[in-house]
Design a protein around this ligand. Structure first.
Ligand SMILES: [Zn+2]
Ligand SMILES: [Zn+2]
Length: 349
């Protein structure tokens, strides 16, 4: 089958023939119709994710049709049109049984634990517990674009921070996940402040619901600017880049008893930032949370937000490309020049 392969870090993906995937006993093979190009794929391509070793097929934001089913698969059938959470739980452990598959000890992350969906076909395990039927009327493109970015933002805001109408939400970093967070925050009736260093991304943030935008390169102190806009600070702040500086801005922009959610993946030198414990967690009584992925059981709530017209994913998809063009998105990501969500919707030549 045809695939886009990381042969060497930081080099263009090789478009090449790869062996057909083998169906796991509890899994399926999916014929890929669309796949998002995400910053986590970029991390793998840069060589900063220890799970990614060449040759490797990236891609974890997929939509497609089931074409082969393992012997132990009972629910999912050939012909099902499906999408999937980025983190697959095993379906049987205690975390999975209470609906928290993103903390499953046996989790499988598509495109990292194994080969991903920048390919004609991809194999995934634990299919019954994780695959999500795409609702009738929803395109493969929108389903793929929910991928890890919108689902991650949804869980961070709705399930973890429990953002309420009328509260203020500060979003630090307007890549795909940050923009999704802006749109979801606005859909919930919050006042959203979007922060980035690229005016193009801030314009897009504004068009999808941000009430205020701040170009971090143009102000002395982002946190102070947010506190000024919100008479005392935001109720909820998301760090959506994985950088130490934006993490500190996120903590410092909060009002007392505010909630910080870490959704950017802090890799390399950003993995262990210093935390000003006394001033933030202690005196200001802040809450710090992490959020990764979204269990498949929560997809219906996200679908409902889209079907009701409150959340428009199409407006965040800015770039529809073929498999051959996927590398160019990674090169744009090197300089944060990618705006909105890039989506591969042509796999075959
Ligand atoms: Zn599990
Ligand atoms: Zn991702």
């Amino acid at each position: 089958m045809k695939a886009a392969v990381i042969q060497e870090f930081n080099e263009p993906l090789a478009i090449t023939e790869m062996p057909e995937p083998t169906v796991p006993s509890g899994g399926v093979v999916i014929e890929v119709a669309a796949c998002g190009v995400c910053r986590s794929d970029w991390h793998g391509w840069r060589g900063t994710n220890p799970l990614v070793n060449p040759p490797h097929i990236p891609g974890h934001e997929l939509a497609g049709v089931v074409v082969e089913v393992g012997n132990d698969c009972k629910r999912v059938r050939i012909g099902d049109r499906v999408t999937a959470p980025v983190i697959f739980g095993c379906g049987v452990c205690e975390a999975c049984r209470i609906g928290e598959s993103t903390i499953c000890d046996h989790q499988y992350v598509i495109g990292f634990s194994g080969w991903g969906a920048f390919a004609e076909r991809v194999a995934v395990p634990y299919a019954d517990a994780n695959l999500v039927a795409i609702p009738e009327g929803m395109s493969n493109e929108v389903a793929a674009a929910l991928g890890c970015r919108t689902t991650t933002a949804f869980r961070a805001i709705v399930d973890r921070a429990q953002l309420r109408p009328g509260e203020t939400l500060a979003v630090h970093g307007c890549g795909g996940v940050g923009l999704s967070a802006v749109a979801i925050g606005a859909a919930l009736g919050a006042t959203v402040i979007a922060v980035d260093i690229k005016d193009e991304k801030l314009q897009l943030a504004k068009s999808i619901g941000a009430s205020h935008v701040i170009n971090a390169a143009e102000v002395d102190d982002v946190a102070e600017a947010i506190r000024g806009l919100t008479s005392g600070g935001a109720h909820v702040a998301l760090e959506a880049l994985g950088f130490t500086e934006t993490f500190h801005n996120s903590l410092r922009c909060l009002r007392k008893m505010g909630r910080h959610v870490q959704i950017g993946q802090p890799l390399g030198s950003h993995a262990n930032p210093e935390i000003p414990l006394l001033e933030t967690i202690y005196y200001r009584q802040l809450t710090m949370m992490g959020s990764r992925g979204l269990p498949s059981t929560r997809f219906p709530a996200l679908f409902e937000m889209i079907n009701s017209g409150r959340l428009d994913i199409e407006s965040i998809i800015t770039n529809r490309i073929d498999l051959e063009t996927a590398s160019s998105v990674f090169y744009k990501m090197n300089d944060h020049e990618d705006v909105g969500i890039s989506l591969i919707n042509k796999i075959k030549s």
